[in-house]
Ligand binder design. Structure first.
Ligand SMILES: Cc1cc2nc3c(=O)[nH]c(=O)nc-3n(C[C@H](O)[C@H](O)[C@H](O)COP(=O)(O)OP(=O)(O)OC[C@H]3O[C@@H](n4cnc5c(N)ncnc54)[C@H](O)[C@@H]3O)c2cc1C
Length: 310
């Protein structure tokens, strides 16, 4: 068993773990990042097509200035971003196809447009009532946490065509069905990406803030973070045991142990199940599941939707 010691062990080299490690490193703490897989980035994973000289993000891809922590990190780390040209959104579900842009809705029917505006602006308004750091302190936290987004849409949305969009919106943002997610949690999530932004589907002025991509892909940000951290990251080392001891914590995985003053678990909550934690977490943690989503990248020979360039 290889033994290491440091101030803080960070488990997981995704954006959360690397950001935490960077902050600790900046405050002169000795930090070790331990990652299960053979690469950094976690759900920020950029595929490189060397033949075409192109990159495509298979996980996180877009960022907006309203994501203040991520936006600040991008600036501090010094990676470049580029603005994504406004594009048409196409939602395809078994019930049909809806197409719209930030400045146009899928219909000119004023009642449908009102319905659409009402549900998105209501969600924005409610999201703004949730304290980001303590969502459970929101005045209606208990009420919202005891119902799902399906319940909310059932009583808020009138038109089927709008419902198709709101359902798809939850699926895209949460990788789960509307009946699977707590209303409190989902509204909190919306607030994290800038409450007030989603009604931009019918508000061109607000839409102009735009969406951005990291040059080289989102994983590039993680790679730069690793460079700035130096030799602090260990790959291919799934952590299987975290144990509180008298003067700190013991973190064990793949034949190595880290003794530290503290540990940060920066892994998705469903992965807690694969780590023996002592003391154990409350039972509720074992019921958190991961959403399922796949991205598919297609390359076209010509930019047929734009100026036709190759
Ligand atoms: C398809 C998709 C599209 C997305 N699009 C966007 C977007 O456009 N914009 C946006 O802001 N966000 C987007 N997200 C969300 C974003 O990717 C995540 O919020 C973010 O990457 C999570 O980072 P994290 O560090 O918290 O977790 P992760 O990225 O999941 O990192 C956790 C790391 O922990 C490691 N790990 C797990 N278990 C162990 C263990 N036992 N020991 C050691 N290491 C372990 C994992 O291998 C992983 O590297 C998207 C997500 C997906 C899946």
């Amino acid at each position: 068993m290889t033994e290491h010691s440091c101030d803080v062990v960070v488990v997981g080299a995704g954006l959360s773990g690397l950001t935490a490690a960077r902050l600790l490193h900046k405050h002169d703490l000795d930090v070790a990042v331990v990652e299960a897989s053979g690469r950094v980035g976690g759900r920020a994973f950029t595929l490189e097509n060397r033949e075409l000289g192109m990159v495509s993000d298979q996980g996180a891809s877009l960022c907006v200035p309203a994501q203040s922590t991520l936006w600040q990190l991008i600036k501090d780390v010094g990676v470049k971003v580029w603005q994504q040209p406004p594009a048409e959104t196409v939602y395809v579900t078994e019930d049909g196809v809806s197409r719209f842009t930030p400045t146009s809705l899928p219909t000119w029917n004023p009642l449908v447009r009102l319905d659409h505006y009402n549900v998105f602006s209501t969600m924005d308004r409610l999201a703004n009532q949730i304290p980001p750091e303590e969502p459970w302190e929101a005045a209606s936290a208990q009420e919202w946490d005891s119902c799902t987004m399906k319940d909310f849409f059932d009583r808020t949305v009138w038109f089927k065509s709008v419902r198709r969009i709101t359902d798809a919106f939850v699926r895209v943002l949460a990788c789960a069905e509307p009946e699977e997610v707590s209303m409190l949690w989902f509204l909190w999530l919306m607030g994290q990406t800038g409450g007030g932004r989603w009604a931009t589907l019918v508000n061109p002025a607000a839409a102009s803030a735009g969406e951005y991509r990291v040059s080289g892909g989102m994983q590039h940000l993680c790679k730069v973070l690793v460079e700035q951290l130096g030799d602090k990251v260990t790959l291919n080392c799934p952590i299987t045991k975290v144990k509180n001891v008298e003067d700190g914590v013991l973190v064990t995985g793949n034949g190595a142990t880290w003794k530290a003053k503290a540990v940060i678990l920066a892994v998705p909550p469903p992965c807690y199940n694969k780590i023996s934690l002592s003391p154990a977490l409350p039972e509720a943690f074992h019921h958190i599941t991961m959403g399922h989503v796949y991205k598919c990248t297609l390359y076209y020979k010509t930019n047929f939707w734009g100026n036709g360039s190759r």
